[in-house]
Design a protein around this ligand. Structure first.
Ligand code: CP
Ligand code: NVA
Length: 311
């Protein structure tokens, strides 16, 4: 698989084979790291990490991942760059592209990350926008592969805010690689109709299903229940309304039982609001793989950088 020079903006841009190639490469890099074998495939490269929004996992995964492959990562706070205010994103992109070999961007407007990719001339990686969080899904898939031994054919049910960046990305990722996906959410928080239609077509090709429902019945047969915060970064004003809307979709012990399987696992992209979208009981249970997935952010993000920028 040759992904050299490519950007990683949203999963819709990747084939199912490319998505699984990155998951497999991440697993290989993780195995090597455990054995104390470090790669050097990004030796001498400089990587810019732009963050308009806060981050623990994504920032650390890009920083440590880059360092472990021989690159140097430079953190740039969005608030200090004058992005789109005193300098257009296109101009910033052209400047950064002259100095850096790769750029990570986390922010609000997805068009920013698209513009960075178009104008910088170097690989750009989306570390989360209002619309998408594609690197997260690779970590979910690696976690599933490690736990169940395979990915295609599993059933993932996502509960809560069914139209946020994580939900959108899981919807596309699952539909592409043949994971049955159900989103259980209040009607007001369903993903966009066009996206659902696109994903239904992708799932058909992959031999899997897409279900969008406001019922909790769809958890039946789930191999993994997944949730995320009810109000995302930048949506703090909607907190009260969202809690009210989403409360019935909390992942708790009763819901885990309702899958009808005692093998169902739980995951969350983190950070989590405990006792909101998930109870502490489920979060801390044996079934919870949240910290495996958090660790897997490192290996999958490293894989993306190695695949698109590595020698
Ligand atoms: N899951 C995730 O992206 O975490 P951070 O916001 O800490 O990067
Ligand atoms: N939907 C969340 C994900 C955080 C990793 C947010 O955008 O805040």
């Amino acid at each position: 698989m040759n992904m050299k020079g490519r950007s990683f903006l949203k999963l819709l841009d990747l084939t199912p084979e490319e998505i699984m190639y990155l998951v497999d490469l991440a697993q290989e890099l993780k195995e090597k790291r455990k054995q104390g074998i470090r790669g050097n495939s990004l030796a001498g490269k400089n990587i810019a990490l732009i963050f308009e929004k806060p981050s623990t996992r994504t920032r650390c995964a890009f920083t440590v991942g880059a360092q472990e492959e021989g690159a140097m990562a430079t953190y740039l706070a969005g608030s200090e760059l004058q992005l789109g205010e005193k300098e257009s994103i296109e101009d910033t992109a052209r400047v950064l592209g002259r100095m850096f070999d790769g750029i990570e961007f986390r922010g609000f407007d997805h068009e920013y990350v698209e513009a960075l990719a178009e104008y910088s001339g170097v690989p750009v990686w989306n570390g989360l926008t209002d619309e998408w969080h594609p690197t997260q899904v690779l970590a979910t898939f690696l976690t599933l592969k490690e736990h169940f031994g395979y990915v295609k054919g599993l059933k993932l049910v996502y509960l809560g805010d069914g139209r946020n960046n994580v939900a959108n990305s899981l919807l596309v990722g699952c539909a592409k690689v043949g994971v049955d996906i159900a989103i259980s959410a209040p009607k007001k928080l369903w993903p966009k109709k066009e996206l659902v239609e696109t994903c239904e077509a992708l799932a058909k090709e992959a031999g899997s299903t897409v279900t969008i429902s406001d019922s909790l019945d769809v958890v039946e047969g789930a191999d993994i229940l997944y949730t995320d915060v009810w109000y995302s970064m930048g949506e703090e004003k909607k907190q009260v309304e969202r809690i009210k809307l989403s409360a019935p979709y909390q992942v708790n012990a009763a819901l885990m039982k309702r899958t009808g399987k005692d093998t169902t696992i739980f995951s969350h992209c983190l950070p989590a609001n405990k006792e909101k979208e998930v109870t502490t009981e489920v979060f801390e249970s044996e079934a919870s793989k949240v910290f495996d997935e958090a660790e897997n952010r490192l290996h999958t993000i490293k894989a993306i950088m190695v695949a698109t920028l590595g020698e």
